[in-house]
Design a protein around this ligand. Structure first.
Ligand code: ZN
Length: 430
């Protein structure tokens, strides 16, 4: 794992292409849209699919019935379609129970939803845990409705089945695990949702090719119920997880953002703050609002899982509406988020503590090929990094401590430690 401001590697285009293939699928917290999504991801990385039966008790929750939908519309009795699921899967409230009826506008109206601010956007609505049905419309569609009788059809099934999630395990030298998750439960929404799925897939492909100190577990799970389910099924192994990241909303124009875990200063927090802070992004404190980090950071688990995003939950105007489309996410921003995530993991992988083996005075660097100063006023990053590592390596400071104190990038400090190790001037403190 290397590189800070790497030029485009093609990964951005690859992620955008995957996001585009996933975009049309009608995902929800259960159902065939999730399975199809995971099958697409499994083309890129080794992914195990789990099916957890409806009714299974998971912590304080119960795995719900499975929802699938084939077709839905509102039409006039002479067959003119006013609203058609085929045009956008956002038109139907997710988890709508089946309906086939003729009804007056008055009876239909309580089941119709519009965007509170933008008349031309279709809002995204769900009703997972309350049996209901509904349609989401552009405001002009509602305004065009006449006071007549309508044919209303939602050809869905809401019945015992299972909850599906995907798990990609990449073993490392240590059994200590880093968990990386994204939610897979939103239908045709780009930034909030397919951008995160595409990024986590690419991270999996990159990690699979790299030597690993930690083991990595990538989870593609429906929001909330997915992380609750995974935690419930893995309670006896959860102590292996030393930290992690929730990845979501990584393609829009907001600056890269790291949200700390509940603990706030765990290794992943320090790595996330270092990398994102240096890149000009935002570093935010933990709040118990957002995505699946809420479950990992609950007090009974207290697993330090931070969040890597651009916009936060609900922070961008297009959030949860038909305007969150593929135009909103770009290959460049996906690529930048990929590089930053790999840099965060690189800090976790390579953070070490060393002891200077020649600590009385500075060792003579020139005879070891480590002194490049020409007597000018600026020693240069490489030289400074060597001096910082020598000075701070008294057996109690990690490389990340040194990067933070010196203001240098972790990658520069890590490179200097490599050169000093090779010169026999450092020893690792276990
Ligand atoms: Zn969302």
């Amino acid at each position: 794992m290397t590189s800070t401001t790497a030029a485009s590697t093609g990964a951005g285009e690859r992620m955008h292409a995957l996001a585009s293939r996933l975009f049309p699928l009608c995902r929800s917290i259960t159902g065939d849209g999730v399975r199809e999504t995971l099958r697409e991801v499994a083309e890129q990385i080794p992914l195990e699919l789990h099916e957890v039966p409806s009714g299974t008790q998971v912590l304080d929750w119960t795995v719900p019935d499975e929802w699938n939908i084939r077709e839905a519309h509102i039409a006039t009795t002479d067959g003119r379609r006013i609203v058609d699921f085929g045009e956008s899967n956002l038109h139907v409230v997710s988890y709508s129970e089946p309906v086939r009826a003729e009804m007056t506008l008055e009876d239909l109206r309580p089941h119709l939803h519009v965007h509170p601010e933008r008349p031309d956007w279709i809002p995204y609505r769900t009703s997972y845990y309350t049996r209901d049905w509904g349609f989401c419309l552009r405001r002009n569609q509602i305004e065009a409705l006449e006071d007549v009788t309508y044919e209303v059809v939602i050809d869905s099934t809401l019945a015992p089945g299972s909850l599906t999630y995907g798990e990609c395990f990449l073993p490392g030298r240590s059994e200590d695990e880093i968990v990386l998750t994204t939610h897979v439960c939103h239908p045709s929404l780009a930034n909030d949702n397919v951008s995160g799925i595409a990024l986590l897939t690419e991270i999996g492909a990159a990690l699979a090719e790299l030597p690993r100190r930690y083991s990595y577990r990538l989870l593609f799970i429906p929001g909330t119920i997915g992380s609750v389910t995974w935690l419930a099924r893995n309670e006896d192994q959860v102590s292996r997880v030393t930290g992690g990241l929730v990845i979501a909303c990584v393609g829009d124009s907001a600056p890269l953002t790291y949200k700390r875990s509940r603990r706030g200063d765990s290794p992943v927090d320090r790595a996330g703050a270092h990398v994102v802070g240096r890149s000009g992004g935002r570093v935010l404190d933990f709040v118990p609002w957002g995505w699946d980090e809420r479950q990992f950071n609950s007090p009974g688990f207290d697993i330090p899982v931070g969040c890597l995003t651009r916009s936060l939950e609900g922070e961008f105007p297009e959030y949860h509406s038909s305007a969150d489309d593929l135009e909103l996410i770009t290959a460049d921003r996906l690529e930048n988020a990929l590089q930053s995530t790999l840099e965060i993991l690189d800090v976790l992988e390579h953070n070490r503590t060393y002891r200077n083996l020649s600590p009385r005075g500075e060792p003579q660097l020139g005879k070891r090929g480590l002194y490049r100063g020409l007597g000018g006023p600026d020693p240069g990053t490489e030289q400074l990094a060597v001096l910082w590592v020598l000075n701070q390596s008294d057996g109690s400071h990690t490389l990340l401590d040194i990067a933070e104190r010196s203001g240098l990038a972790f990658s520069d400090v890590d490179r200097a430690s490599g050169a000093l190790l090779e010169a026999g001037l450092l020893a690792e403190v276990p």
